[in-house]
Design a binder for this molecule. Structure first.
Ligand code: FMN
Length: 312
């Protein structure tokens, strides 16, 4: 039987496996990050960090059911200095994506500058799509006027490979416009998609919401958002410059889901809700399931079918 290649290249960044964690899920503390270093994941994305450590929103702030999750975490993180010094101490065996989510544009400039000083960081994932912060300025991922100037300023000093974590868009013109903006800059990758903002899950028995912050409203992840993730990936694949890679995220819980993300144009994928549900063994299981599908379909690598979704 021929060997199946499940490695990935994100605009030249080599991942030993095309599957990694999504920012925010079990990647906040020293223990969680150490677990990821020792796992099968092909890369590590850190919890989106701010300058100062944050406790985040009141609990309960995360809830999951069979096909989805809702969260309003409020960016609980240990502050950028913790992540930089953790990485300094460790032997790094896979690409590290430092996720940054400043509460203002100025904080983001500061954080990107700090990340540039660390040789342990492979790339920056700039989160412009966090849906759960009360004190934050308008979400930049939905601000078509300000984002161009903001990214232009970042590239005045940034020298690291940099990607942008995008929110879901629901109209083709929004994806086209965002791609037109992003195509003007030396961006390495985009990650699509962050949680679907402003969902509401309720418990009909208790006649109540299931999370405390924001009267129960939160970002939705898990299987139910996969069609939106696939649509965003496929449209961005159409409109983005070909050298900007897409990291697919949203609704992956099986090897088949990964296959679909890649078929739509993803070069690698991230796992959020399912990693939360299943724990660190999820990466090995998903790798096995993906290999099984590729064997059956006689594909030797993910590049053989990436972006090749057929129309009728
Ligand atoms: C508990 C939780 C915390 C999250 N925190 C972050 C975060 O800090 N930064 C970020 O970019 N996305 C964050 N996300 C969004 C995920 O990275 C991912 O984009 C989203 O959950 C969709 O993927 P999924 O369907 O696999 O869950 C979080 C998601 C969850 C469930």
């Amino acid at each position: 039987m021929k060997k199946i290649d499940t490695t990935a290249s994100i605009n030249g960044i080599k991942l030993p496996l095309c599957i990694m964690n999504a920012s925010g899920v079990l990647c906040t503390t020293e223990q969680e990050l150490s677990n990821l270093l020792n796992s099968f994941s092909g890369g590590i994305v850190t919890k989106s960090c701010t300058y100062k450590p944050r406790k985040g929103n009141v609990i309960p702030r995360y809830f999951e059911w069979n096909i989805g999750s809702i969260n309003s975490m409020g960016l609980p993180n240990l502050g950028i200095n913790f992540y930089l010094s953790f990485l300094e101490k460790k032997k790094i065996n896979k690409p590290i994506f430092l996720s940054i989510s400043g509460l203002s544009k100025e904080e983001n400039y500061f954080l990107v500058k700090k990340a540039n000083e660390s040789s342990k960081i492979t790339a920056i994932e700039l989160n412009l799509s966090c849906p759960n912060i009360v004190e934050k300025e308008k979400m930049l991922g939905y601000d078509f006027y300000q984002i161009s100037n903001f990214i232009e300023n970042i590239f005045k000093f940034n020298k690291k490979p940099l990607g942008i974590k995008l929110p879901p868009y629901f109209r083709e013109e929004h994806i086209k416009n965002m791609a037109l903006v992003l195509n003007q800059f030396p961006i390495f990758f985009v990650t699509c998609i962050n949680s679907l903002p402003n969902g509401l899950f309720i418990d009909p028995m208790k006649e109540s919401v299931v999370i405390r912050p924001k009267k129960g409203f939160g970002g939705i992840g898990g299987s139910i958002i996969k069609p939106f993730a696939l649509a965003n990936i496929h449209k961005f694949y159409t409109y983005l410059r070909k050298d900007i890679s897409i990291i697919g995220c949203g609704g992956i819980s099986s090897g088949k889901d990964i296959f679909e993300h890649i078929l739509c144009g993803a070069s690698a994928v991230q796992i959020g809700t399912q990693f939360m549900k299943e724990g660190i063994s999820v990466f090995e299981r998903l790798k096995k399931e993906l290999i099984f599908i590729l064997e059956k379909k006689n594909y030797s690598s993910i590049n053989s079918f990436k972006g090749k979704l057929k129309n009728f």
